[in-house]
Structure formats: C-alpha cells, structure tokens
Design a protein around this ligand. Sequence first.
Ligand code: ADP
Ligand code: MG
Length: 587
Amino acid sequence: MSKTPKNIELTQHPFRYYFKKYRRLTVTALVSVILTNILDSLIPLYIGKAIDLIAERAELESVALQVLFIFLLAMGLAGFRFFWRILWGSFHNKVAHDLRQSIFNKLTFLGPNFYKTRPVGELMSLIINDVQAFRMGIGPGTLIMFDGLFYLVIIPPLMYSISPSWTWKTMCLMPFIPFAMAKLMKVIQDRFRVQQDRFADVSAISQEMANGIRVIKSYAQEKKQTRLFNRLSRRYEISCNETAHADALFHPIMGFGVTVGAVILVFIGAPEVISGEVTIGGFFAFYQYIQKMIWPVTALGTGASMRSQAEASFKRMKEILDAPIDRPDSGDFEVIDFNNLSVKNLSFKYPDEDRWILKDVSFELKSGQTLGIVGKTGAGKTTLVDLLTRTYPVPSGHILFNGKSIEQLKLRNLRDNITLVPQESFLFSANVRDNIQLDRIYSTEEIDVATHFVAVHDEILKMPEGYASQLGERGINLSGGQKQRLSMARALIRRSPVVIFDDSLSAVDANTEKQIISELKRNIQDPDGLLKTTIIVSHRLSAVQWADQIIVLNKGEVEATGTHAELLEKSATYQNLYLLQSEGGEA
Ligand SMILES: Nc1ncnc2c1ncn2[C@@H]1O[C@H](COP(=O)(O)OP(=O)(O)O)[C@@H](O)[C@H]1O
Ligand SMILES: [Mg+2]
C-alpha cells in the first residue's frame, strides 16, 4: 500500500528542526568547536609566556616544560579541530540528504497537474542548488556565526589581561577592517551569484542541444546554436573572472590590514614594552589576538547572509513539500475478482480550467470484453483513460469497479486491476529486460511470451546485447514503434484484469499492427492468455473495428456506441473516419 510522504514537520524554523533532529551530533560538534576555540585562544598566551622565559634567560628546563605544555595544547587543538570538522560536516551532509530525499519522495507523489506548470530545470535546480544553499547556511554559515560571536566574547578579555589601554585603542581601530572586508565579501557574493546564473544558462543550452539535436540538424541550426553557446560560455567566463578578481583582492587586503595593525601596535605599544609595563611575550600574544579577531568578526556578515540565503531556498523547497497531492490515498476497499467497470455520467475539466473536456460520458465494460474508443485528436480519449486510472481526481460515483467508486479502492489494488499503456512511451535508463519487468521479477519464458505478443522479440535479439542492452538516455536509440511495443510488453506481463492501450500502435507500421491485433484477438479468447478485458484507444479504426463495443468520442461527448457495423449505420463521425481511412489505404 502506498503512503503519502511523511512531510518534515516544519512548523518550526527549519534550522531549529534539524538541530533538534540531530541533537547529539550537533551538540558534540559544537562542544568540540568550543574546546577548539578555547585551546586556540590560549596558545598565544602560553607562547608569549615561553618568549618571556627566554627573554628573562630562565633555566632551560622551565622553558622546555613550557614548550612541552604548548605542544600538548597544540595536539589537543589538532584533535578537536579534526573531530568537529568531521562531526559538523556529517551533520550538514545528513541534512542535505534528508532534504533531497523528502523532495524527491514528494515529487514522486505529485501528479501531472503539478508538473504541467513546473519546468524541469526549476525542479533540478531545487534539488541541487537550493539544497546546497540550505546546507551551506545551516552548516558553514551557522558555524561562522558561532565562531565569530565566540571570539568576540572570549578574546577581548584575554587582550584586556595583557594591556587594558591597548585593548581600547585596538577596539577603536578594529571595526574598520571587518567593515571593509564585509563590503568586499558582499561584492564577491554578488558576483558569485551572477556567475551561477550564467552557468545555469550554459547548462540549459547544452541540455537543449542534446535533446533537440534532430531539429537542430534538420533545420541546419548548428552554427546558430554554436554561436549562442559561445556567447553564453564567454559571458560565463567573464563572470568567473570578475568573481576571481574580487576574490583575489581578499587575502592581500586582509594580510595588509593585519600588518598595518601590527605596525600601529608597535607604534602605540613600544613605550609600554620599553618601560616594562608589558612584556615582549605579552606583545606577541596581543598581536596574535588581533589576527584571530579579524577573520571571525569579518565573517559574521557572511554567515548571516548564508543563513538568509538558506532560508530563501528553504521557502522554495517548502512550496514543493507542501504542494497538495492530486489524489490522496483514501480508500481501503479491494477488488479481488474484476467483474465490471462502469462509467456513469462522467464530466471533467482540468483543475484551474474552465473548459469541459468530457461531457456526460457513460459506458459499461464487462470482464472479458474489448472496448474500442475512437475519436479525432483532442476528442478527450487520453483524458478519459487517465481518469480510469485515477491520474486526476474525479468526484465520487462516476467511475465504478465492481460497483465501488474508484476513490474507495486502495491505490495499490487499483494498479493491480488496471494497467495503462500511456500514449507517450517512456523508457528508463536500464536494460531491456528491466524496462519490461520494472520492480518485479519474471522468468525468461514469461518475458518472451510478452515480447512475442507485441512482435518485438526478434528485434530485441538483434540488439548488441539482446535483453541486456542498455536503453534510455545514453543507450540505443529505438524507433517510436519499438518503444511503443516495449511499453506494451511491460503492461502485458503484469497480467492485470484490465489493460488499456492509449494509441499504442500509432507508430507501428500497418503489417505489424495487423499482426499484433490478431495476437490480441487470439489472446482474449485464450483462457490462459495475457489479456482479458481490454480497452483500445485509437484514432485509427483498423485497431478497434473488431472490438465488442466501440465508443465514438467527439469533443468530449459520446456520439455513438455500438459495434463496427452498427456505427457505420448510425454515426456520422465514424462513417467519416472510415471513409477517410479507407481512402488512405489504412483500414
Ligand atoms: N493536462 C491538461 N491540462 C489542460 N488541458 C488538457 C490537458 N491534457 C489535455 N488537455 C486538453 O484536453 C483536450 C483533450 O485532450 P486529450 O484527452 O489528450 O485528447 P485525445 O487523447 O483524444 O487526443 C484537448 O483539448 C487538450 O488540449
Ligand atoms: Mg490521446
């Protein structure tokens, strides 16, 4: 039984939610960060002391002891630093994985109505870029802020313990450096964003080229596409350089700032060192503290902006996570022995649209029968079969299986009872065999029966690796007719009581169509056959004229119902189709 996805209970702030969810991990990591920072802040103080011991020409033993102590501190520091990086990294990677999984899971539940309005690129970007932005915000972003605040709190007192007056003086000068750096970082970030947008353009045109290569070739668009690509790629290059230039300024300016700070410190500090008020070791430690302050304080702004980007990304993801599902899994009734399907006064319009696509459609299909549905393109045939398989929600009481309204059936049970071969075939990037059996396992014999049925067995054997040949994106290119027949085999092998073919023979040549149709007829009569109850949708009469019952659909309405002979008598549309297609030599 299928479940609706367990949505992350994000009534609270997403950061708080994930911190709570991985409480043990985050607390351990943050404690390690604190220990790292404490050790990191203490080391200059002890190095300063060692320098003072040397300056005082103390005994070598006490210097050695001091050095050993520093060495141990440094070892501890290295250990904790390693530890928190591992823990923190695994925390934000877990969060990213969680989010990707939730989004993907949700995407599998959303129906065509949702996909209609969302470009694929947007969904890809959501699952890749937005998840990444969120990870950066909750991971490195949070840590930078944490670090910045920590150093802001812990270092000034240490500085103060060395020299109160120096501390005041540096505190007055200090804000300029972070302020200037923060400005530069903002420039870097803005440029980086532009760079990413341009990268998206480059990837979009590459994707379009791969998908549209046939059109590009047949309309000789290669030069134009290449020119377009070159222009976009060049724009991307320029934007990469602009980012790199801003980035290149960063370290020199920071280094320069620190050096200037040190020079100023020498200038303002010299009298106190000379007079002996502050030791030379104290001077050294103080200098180190200035260095340590600059980065985290500078980074506070970056951390904050990373976090706000993460929140913006999260909003986009949340829209998907909260999107309503077209058909909630409501019923728990199971149809065990399919007996009949009846459609009663079914009218339908697509969500958010005004036009009625189906109007008052009724028919009944008993077990073992074959129903043909014919009509011009746009008559509503595909819409009708999509409703029979509950791709879109339908008001209760209009579609009944064994007398039970469709939404009262367990979705799994509905899927076991009725299989649709959609009008557009789709093959996965997997081998032929797996494309036919999907998540189930069938014997080679069962697979052969299905592929013989749709006359594709011999063609599969001609492929380089037969049934093990890889299909899909990078695989062998199949003809439209081959794809259709593989899709049919995929449906037949499941042996569900009702099988619907939506224009499944449209790309198959006339001879193969005849062969498959005669196989269909034979199978339906055979009690052990793969097929029992069948709905065949077609715009070609040749595919349906032998059916027990044929519905003529015209602009969403049932114009007439009957056998081929009856319809030739009473339906103008049917007569027209017949005449047209016999002239074309098809029927
Ligand atoms: N997802 C959709 N949203 C809105 N309108 C649709 C959608 N799918 C099809 N239609 C419209 O419904 C009508 C019937 O289409 P369809 O059922 O595909 O006809 P057929 O299969 O007979 O060619 C067409 O006018 C088509 O434009
Ligand atoms: Mg159709």
